[in-house]
Ligand binder design. Structure first.
Ligand code: NAD
Ligand code: UDX
Length: 463
């Protein structure tokens, strides 16, 4: 089966970059990315390609190459579904905030809406690809909805989870460690898998394209994120022990990472992991384990989240205790708000929770982030629903200049590992802050010795 028309529902952090790369690598396939969010689609279509809604290194150039040729962004979901032979579902699957499974289970309402819309519109056979991260066995529910259209259309459901990380999305997509495709083990299923393999094979070596059954594919995605997050929580747990014992967590990371069985990646102690995926996906895994009565399995993975919450809280506590047990009325400068460098995404960013803890102690915060807008920062704080929008705007200021953020601050805190922070004139910052000059490096990116020599009271993670 040769695919000529692809539709992707959801023009977010996954749908946008993934389809842009597929379009660049498959010039003969027409790809339409659709979304209900008009503002987002307008931004993807902005004539100035620098205004696309997602900041990812290298992305705007790829959008420019394909947009208007074989890559289209639209709000006409029905039309795109109707035309496509293959439909990717790439909508958000947040943690449920109500009812059964509140705070743990994935909310699948957007997925179900997509399935019902596909069922309603489709008049020809389609391959439906789960690109969103979903609980294991979701394909069964999708199939049940799609198979009851009554109009004789046949659907094949594939699971093709996305492993890109934000900030490196383009690189990850161009050169993936693997592409995972799960499908039904029937003749039609195998044919559908092959159709998707052919799309990826335009640029991904065949030995990196893995075929599995649907359930293994769905579960592998949750498992991969759980393992990655577990490494961060593991090293963060050790960072606290380092602080108590005089060991240095970066030295410990290096020492253990050189063991080829452990490996060096994902061992950087930090203020805590953030991002839209880790917490949501582990909570989802915990919920699934519980629903199968596997309480020990659930408790084991839940600990990764508990440790992460502890790490975020510990960082805020350290600021308060170091500043003589009070930050009331004191200005704290935040460098960074994004959950990691090279992205404008702030979902679940540790900065939000550290800010909340400090606001609770009546601190005044000034934020500088190279890519995150003031609007987004206030939206994140308002979303907590713990203070009025007026209070958030009164006690949190957002500025466009890092030196202004630090001016007359009682403490400077680094929340994101942006490379530019390493290049600042730290002597100039030192001269502008209130003394003693406290610096809390939540990412351990600065040189502690050099900063101490300037006069800062430097506190890193796990030092
Ligand atoms: P996102 O919120 O950035 O984008 C989802 C988009 O889907 C939104 O723009 C929303 O308006 C749209 N949408 C929702 N329901 C719709 C509907 N019925 N019709 C049309 N559009 C609809 O989310 P994201 O970060 O791109 O994540 C999408 C999925 O991919 C999630 O399941 C996530 O877990 C998974 N994932 C995310 C990442 C990541 O780094 N962000 C990585 C791997 C996997
Ligand atoms: C993650 C997965 O890596 C990716 O495969 C999946 O598709 C989506 O979820 P993402 O959340 O975009 O990607 O970024 P990632 O690089 O994994 O970082 C997540 C968080 O962990 C960030 O807050 C980051 O700062 C933190 N982190 C990561 C650490 O604190 N230490 C590390 O060593 C690595």
């Amino acid at each position: 089966m040769i695919i000529k028309n692809i539709c992707c529902i959801g023009a977010g952090y996954v749908g946008g970059p993934t389809m842009t790369v597929i379009a660049n690598k498959n010039p003969n396939v027409k790809i339409t990315v659709v979304d209900l969010n008009h503002a987002r689609i307008n931004a993807w279509n902005d004539p100035d390609v620098n205004n696309i809604p997602i900041y990812e290194p290298g992305l705007s150039k790829l959008v420019e190459n394909a947009r208007g040729k074989n890559l289209f962004f639209s709000t006409d979901v029905d039309k795109a579904i109707h035309e496509a032979e293959m439909i990717f579902i790439s909508v958000n699957t947040p943690t449920k905030t109500y009812g059964k499974g509140k705070g743990m289970a994935a909310d699948l309402k957007y997925i179900e809406l997509c399935a019902r819309q596909i069922a309603r519109i489709a008049t020809s056979d389609k391959i439906v690809v789960e690109k969103s991260t979903l609980p294991v066995r979701t394909a069964q529910a999708l199939k049940a909805i799609l198979d009851h259209t009554g109009n004789g259309v046949k659907f094949q459901i594939l699971s093709n989870p996305e492993f890109l990380a934000e900030g490196t999305a383009v690189q990850d997509l161009l050169s993936p460690d693997r592409v995972l495709i799960g499908g039904e083990q029937s003749e039609e299923g195998i044919e559908a898998i092959q159709a998707l393999v052919d799309i990826y094979a335009s640029w991904v070596p065949l030995e990196r394209i893995l075929r599995t059954n649907v359930w293994s594919s769905e579960l592998s995605k949750l498992t991969a994120n759980a393992f990655l997050a577990q490494r961060v929580s593991s090293i963060n747990a050790i960072s606290e022990l380092c602080e108590a014992t005089g060991a240095d967590v970066d030295e410990v990371s290096k020492a253990i990472g050189m063991d080829s069985r452990i490996g060096p990646k994902f061992l950087k102690a930090s203020v805590g992991f953030g991002g839209s995926c880790f917490q949501k996906d582990i909570l989802n895994l915990v919920y699934i384990a519980k629903t199968y009565g596997l309480n020990e399995v659930a408790d084991y993975w839940e600990q990764v989240i508990i440790m992460n919450d502890h790490q975020k809280g510990r960082f805020a506590d350290k600021i308060v205790s170091t500043l003589y047990n009070t930050v009331s009325g004191k200005k704290i400068a935040f460098l960074g708000w994004a959950f990691k460098k090279d992205t404008n995404d702030t979902r679940e960013s540790a900065a939000i929770y550290v800010a909340d803890a400090l606001l609770h102690e009546q601190a005044e915060i000034t934020v500088y982030d190279p890519k995150v807008t003031a609007e987004q920062i206030y939206a994140d704080l308002d979303y907590l629903n713990l203070r009025s929008p007026e209070e958030n705007r009164k006690y949190v200021k957002v500025v466009n200049d890092p030196y202004e953020a630090c001016k007359a601050a009682h403490a400077v805190a680094i929340l994101t590992e942006w490379d530019e922070f390493k290049t600042y004139n730290w002597k100039k910052v030192y001269d502008a802050v209130i003394k003693p000059a406290f610096l809390f490096d939540g990412r351990s990116i600065l040189n502690a010795d050099q900063l101490s020599a300037i006069g800062f009271k430097y506190t890193g993670i796990g030092k």
